[in-house]
Design a protein around this ligand. Structure first.
Ligand code: EPZ
Length: 419
């Protein structure tokens, strides 16, 4: 296990470059199963979750070469071999291979990825949609077995705009016979990124980013090799924006698509943070104590749940009391206890956290329970009075590319040590 030793009272200054999006990379890697050929994927972040997905593809028979920020995948020799529990357990998003394996082979057997710290994370919407596309689904002894001669296009209306369910069904529909319409889909930028990749390998996908996605099925022989560049990670960018705000710093982040940040920009400005948006960059000037604001996480373009823990750290130091409501996951307040150890005044009532701003946080020994909770504790520790120790930083490495390197390039003082 590894931990971060984090010096407090930092004021971050300078410029960093955003990495490619984790949540755009994972579905594209899963989709590379479809074209039975080569894909060159650029701007890939160096993350543990990406390495886990690469391991999964290799387990299935793909050739994967990951050099710097480029992944070359050759999925020609992939077979729909069983994906066991130990592989599936490493990452929830492993379930994204379901749609492409079923679409290409008509058979897939994967262990349930199970829940995680932030919630039970069921897959009922994924499975219901695949059944509408003609698959028979068996769930037994912790495994999902899905079979179909050839999937057939269908009309699907999702109960809720699930990112993963939308992605799995898009991928499954690419090789289905006929047209698939999926309604009430997730509209996150990562879905548009996936649509662009699917079309680059020869799929016919339209509508990502809106409420309805239409996929016209094609034959396997119509799919071809492709090159694709991953969009920047809007959650990584948001995290460093909050880092600038909470430390009263002056940080510019380049390689940014500003419109992907709209819900966060609105909230930071409402809290009094000085944010400048330019062509491909954002600049954040922390100017004194932020004002309390209320936050309710919602599907995109609402405020992203993946930024809720980071904003809670910032609002722990706000002037006034903020109300944060987490509507997406049922258990995404694991960071509250750790922030309280640092002196935050936060009360949780169900899915709502009441955050009463305090003047200062104090350094403490805290631990990361999941990726974004860990991210929020780094932010709190950078601004706290006195040093902190953050345990379980393996969670951070799942979703942040060289995090301590980037923070230290901005003047942070973070040292990674073996626990
Ligand atoms: C994706 O997870 C992201 N992960 C998550 O990011 C993100 O928090 C989430 O979308 C919401 O934006 C990746 O893209 C790899 P969902 P996903 O299906 O697809 C319920 C991070 O920190 N649901 O949109 O698993 C589910 O329980 C991670 O980078 C069902 O009920 O999220 C949750 O309450 C964390 N049935 C809600 O929908 C289903 O079949 C949203 O989940 C599927 C989901």
């Amino acid at each position: 296990m590894q931990k971060f030793m984090i010096a407090g009272s930092s004021r971050l200054k300078g410029t960093i470059r955003a990495s490619g999006s984790k949540n755009a990379t994972l579905p594209v890697l899963a989709a590379s199963i479809l074209n039975a050929g080569k894909s060159v994927i650029r701007e890939v972040p160096r993350l543990v979750d990406v390495l886990v997905m690469n391991d999964l593809l290799v387990h299935l028979g793909a050739k994967v070469n990951f050099d710097r920020d480029i992944i070359e995948v050759d999925s020609s020799n992939i077979q729909p071999v069983e994906i066991s529990e130990d592989l599936m357990r490493r990452m929830r998003a492993s379930n994204l291979v379901l749609g492409s394996l079923l679409g290409r082979f008509g058979y897939v057997k994967i262990a349930y990825p199970g829940g995680c710290q932030i919630g039970s994370r069921p897959m009922n919407l994924h499975l219901k949609g695949l059944q509408l596309l003609g698959a028979t689904i068996q769930e037994k002894s912790g495994y999902i077995i899905a079979e179909a001669n050839r999937l057939t296009g269908a009309e699907i209306h999702l109960d809720l705009p699930s990112v993963g369910a939308t992605e799995n069904l898009m991928m499954a529909a690419v090789l289905a016979d006929g047209v698939t319409i999926i309604r009430n889909v997730a509209k996150e930028p990562e879905l548009v990124n996936l649509q662009n990749y699917l079309n680059s390998i020869g799929g016919h996908v339209r509508g990502a980013g809106t409420d309805t996605i239409k996929i016209e099925g094609v034959r396997p022989e119509e799919l071809r090799p492709a090159e694709h560049t991953i969009i920047p990670d809007r959650i990584e960018v948001g995290t460093y924006m909050v880092a600038a705000a909470i430390t009263g710093g002056d940080v510019t982040i380049v390689n940014v698509i500003p419109e992907h940040l709209d819900p966060l920009l609105a909230k930071l400005r409402e809290a009094g943070v000085n944010v400048t948006v330019g062509n491909g960059y954002v600049r954040v000037l922390g100017n004194g104590r932020v004002k309390a604001v209320d936050i309710k996480t919602m599907p995109y373009p609402g405020f992203p749940t993946d930024m809720q823990p980071q904003m809670m750290a910032l609002l722990s130091l706000a002037e006034g009391t903020s109300v944060i409501t987490e509507t997406i996951f049922e258990n995404r307040f694991k960071h509250v206890g750790e922030l309280r150890r640092m002196g935050a005044d936060i009360k949780v009532e169900g899915r709502t956290a009441i955050v009463k701003g305090v003047d200062r946080l104090s350094g403490a020994c805290v631990e990361a329970s999941d990726l974004r909770a860990g991210a929020s504790l780094i932010l709190a520790a950078l601004s706290a009075e006195g040093g902190s120790v953050l345990e379980n930083v393996q969670h951070i490495d799942r979703g942040y590319d060289r995090s301590e390197t980037k923070y230290n390039a901005l003047g942070g003082r973070i040292i990674r040590v073996q626990s």
